[in-house]
Ligand binder design. Structure first.
Ligand code: SME
Length: 163
């Protein structure tokens, strides 16, 4: 099982996330490397749900700058300042931001014009320091809700438990 990329579309979201979380934990067993984990999570989340863009922006200057990390999808912007766009807002505020309609979010950064909604979740390390954000974009409006927020925050707990 652990080597398969699952397609979980069509399953109730909460069940899909539960299965995905088990799968991620199994694939990453014995791995502590955070880039390997970001790449694995991007791949599995992207293909499980058929998202438009799924990936990480890493904190390269704390409080100031994010730089793109492992992702799946079309070309992402390379750098985002804290406070800019959805990613920079989530990073600056250290909280998950759910955007039902990206066109209604002031300062949204467009990397792929097909993006219609998104969720950005902060990633914390073992000392509760912000190490990255996970950004997921959808072609459809209002794709993400509380179920996604809770499940993704739980999944990303991997990075704080890793030490
Ligand atoms: N939409 C994001 C930028 C990153 S990309 O969409 C890959 C934002 O506003 O932060």
């Amino acid at each position: 099982m652990a080597e398969v990329t699952l397609d979980l579309r069509g399953q109730p979201k909460a069940e899909a996330y539960a299965e995905l979380e088990q799968h991620v934990e199994a694939v990453l067993e014995g791995i502590r490397d955070e880039v390997a984990a970001m790449a694995t999570m991007s791949c599995l989340l992207h293909h499980a749900f058929g998202h438009l863009w799924t990936g990480f922006y890493r904190v390269v200057e704390p409080g100031r700058l994010l730089r793109v990390g492992p992702y799946q999808g079309t070309l992402g912007c390379l750098e985002i300042a804290f406070g800019k766009g959805v990613c920079g807002t989530a990073a600056a505020e250290g909280r998950t931001v759910v955007v039902e309609d990206v066109h209604a979010f002031p300062g949204h950064i467009t990397c792929d014009g097909r993006s219609a909604s998104e969720i950005v979740v902060p990633v914390f390390g073992p000392q509760r320091e912000l190490i990255a954000v996970l950004d997921i974009d959808s072609e459809h409006k209002a794709t993400f809700d509380e179920v996604d927020r809770r499940a993704l925050e739980k999944l990303l707990g991997w990075f704080s438990r890793r030490a």
